[in-house]
Design a protein around this ligand. Structure first.
Ligand code: HEM
Length: 415
């Protein structure tokens, strides 16, 4: 596998910004993306561990690509939505068709099936419970002692939310974390032995969820995601692979992303103390601060598309069949749209223009729920005058797709 001895010495023509090694060290990623933006909106990477691919790095051109879903396909049959293709020699592994990796018309019906779980009315129904769980969790944290913010706060809150959405047995909820991590474990995907174990975990997930499906199949419709799939024409006859794919989508969608924004809250509190304090002193800034935090963190660094025909973007001719990687993290640091983009600023006027949720027909269906959970976390921290001090090196996820943290040691105090 390609390793980077001196990343700073790499010229853009051979830079493989998708290499996950760069993302665990991280300090190199943002300067590279900035250099790419200065050089132009669209770049070709001729060779990488994931094969050749195009990089789209400007806010404007990512919207252009996402706005043409018929030309830039999300379909799993063409390669799906992440930079990594199915590794060679793994042709007998099951595919995971999921609606985020489908084009119209299949995408439309399946998205519509789960959308009722995320309406404004549903958010109102969920609010009191999210607030109670968040408050209880914050009150249970140790004061003045080191603990891992990722494990105790980010994972616990998002996994609990998912368990509620699926009406999943509460005592087993950490299984959802295990399966979500397995689904996106780039390190395991690259290693035959680890990958075998990864698949064992995913099969365990399907078996578990198949039992839940069977238990609920002949019951009245209820507002949980499994019951919604059972009672929708678009999803009631899914193949086992499609069921697996859509479970992974909902579990990863609801888990890794919100989790890493919550971890980002501890980061910005330490990196941008004045702006954080400003928000804590004036809770009316929290709602915009949530969008700003999601912009700043950008929990999914990219989405990928595959060109279905030749098409020019940003002055470059992209040919049919070529892989196109849209770097949301770069769009969200695009100085033409967000001045002083590296800084977390809860008063930023256009924070909501971030592309962390994507754009167009695949724009995140869970966006409102993510904002609600993160907003409640910040409000409850504000009420408790919580101060979270980072006490060691953050451990970053080995991935250029999921952009976040494996561990974040902190000590908490109250003002
Ligand atoms: C801060 C938190 C979140 C971020 C940053 C995020 C990000 C994204 C992104 C980038 C996409 C693809 C957009 C595109 O291709 O244009 C997406 C789609 C999706 N997200 Fe989220 N997401 C978050 C939270 C959630 C939550 C809480 C759920 C559900 C529990 C969820 C479920 C989904 C689903 C089902 C899709 C597929 C939508 C489609 O293909 O039509 N996400 N999300």
């Amino acid at each position: 596998m390609a390793t980077l001895a001196r990343p700073a010495a790499l010229p853009l023509e051979v830079l493989d910004i998708g290499n996950p090694h760069l993302w665990t060290e991280y300090t190199h990623v943002l300067p590279y993306l900035a250099e790419m933006r200065r050089a132009g909106p669209v770049h070709w990477c001729p060779e990488s561990m994931y094969g050749p691919y195009w990089n789209i790095v400007s806010h404007h051109h990512i919207m252009e690509v996402e706005g043409r879903p018929d030309i830039f396909s999300s379909s799993w049959e063409r390669g799906g939505i992440t930079i990594a293709d199915r590794p060679e020699g793994r042709q007998d592994e099951p595919q995971m068709p999921m609606f985020i990796a489908m084009d119209r018309p299949e995408h439309t019906g399946q998205r519509r099936t789960v959308a009722p779980a995320f309406t404004p009315a549903e958010m109102v129904r969920q609010t009191a419970d999210i607030r109670r769980r968040t408050a209880e969790l914050l009150d249970s944290l140790p004061v003045g002692e080191e603990f891992d913010w990722v494990d105790k706060v980010s994972i616990e809150l998002t996994t609990g939310m998912l368990a509620i959405l699926f009406d999943f047995p509460w005592a087993d909820r950490r299984l959802l974390t295990k399966w979500s991590d397995a689904a996106t474990d780039f390190e395991a995907i690259e290693d035959d032995e680890l990958n075998k174990k990864r698949w064992e975990e995913l099969f365990e997930m399907v078996a578990y969820f198949t039992n839940l499906w069977n238990e609920r199949a002949n019951k009245e419709p209820r507002p949980d995601l499994i019951s919604m799939m059972i009672h929708s024409d678009a999803t009631k006859n899914m193949t086992p692979q499609e069921y697996l794919g859509n479970l992974v989508l909902l579990i990863v969608g609801g888990n890794d992303t919100t989790r890493n924004t919550m971890s980002g809250s501890a980061m910005v509190q330490n990196l941008y103390r004045d702006n954080w304090s400003k928000m804590m002193a004036d809770p009316s800034l929290i709602s915009n601060g949530v969008s700003e935090l999601i912009r700043w963190q950008t929990p999914l660094a990219h989405m990928r598309r595959t060109a279905t025909q030749d098409f020019e973007v940003g002055g470059q001719l992209i040919r049919a069949g070529e892989k196109v990687v849209m770097w949301y993290l770069s769009a969200n640091r695009d100085e033409g749209i967000f001045p002083n983009a590296d800084i977390f600023d809860p008063t930023r006027e256009n924070a909501r223009r971030h592309l962390s949720f994507g754009f167009g027909i695949h724009r995140c269906v869970g966006a409102r729920l993510a904002e609600l959970q993160i907003g409640i976390l910040l409000e409850e921290m504000q009420k408790r005058r919580m101060k979270v001090e980072i006490t060691g090196e953050p451990v970053r996820v080995y991935s250029s797709f999921v952009h976040g943290f494996r561990g974040l040691p902190v000590v908490m105090t109250r003002g």
